[in-house]
Design a protein around this ligand. Structure first.
Ligand code: HEC
Length: 108
């Protein structure tokens, strides 16, 4: 009985280890969450951040480079810091940077 339990725990651990393959990690779903939480108040129809909107995946991927510069690169008069009313957390910036460096596509 005890042996069976140990074996079951071992199998469960193996499964958990396989699922978390970092090579397959996709950042885009997390990028979308970050944008929904921090950017949509201004970048949706009727918002003050028009004409930039982030409604569809395509809206986001087509602006990958400007999203990265607006949130991560040094702010300047030509590169306004986004969100306009604050700053993303370092963890959120890391996700955006990894996504951008992987290719900035919906599959990355
Ligand atoms: C409080 C409102 C507000 C929020 C929140 C906000 N933005 Fe903006 N955003 C603006 C405004 C206003 C502009 C136009 C700025 C300008 O051109 O002076 C803009 C412009 C932009 C641009 C275009 C800049 C360029 O290169 O022309 C990008 C990209 C952008 N925002 C990304 C984001 C991202 C990504 C977030 C969330 C992390 C975000 N914004 C959150 C108001 C906002």
């Amino acid at each position: 009985m005890k042996k069976a339990l140990v074996f079951a725990a071992f199998v469960a651990l193996l499964f958990a280890a396989c699922k978390k393959d970092p090579v397959d990690e996709r950042y885009f779903p997390r990028v979308k969450e970050i944008i929904q939480a921090n950017c949509m108040s201004c970048h949706s129809p009727g918002g003050q951040g028009l004409p930039v909107i982030f409604e569809t995946d395509e809206d986001i991927t087509s602006r990958a480079a400007s999203i990265k510069s607006a949130t991560i690169d040094p702010a300047s008069p030509q590169n306004k810091r986004m969100p306009l009313d604050g700053e993303l957390s370092q963890a959120d910036k890391d996700v955006i940077l990894k996504w951008f460096e992987k290719g900035g596509r919906a599959t990355d």
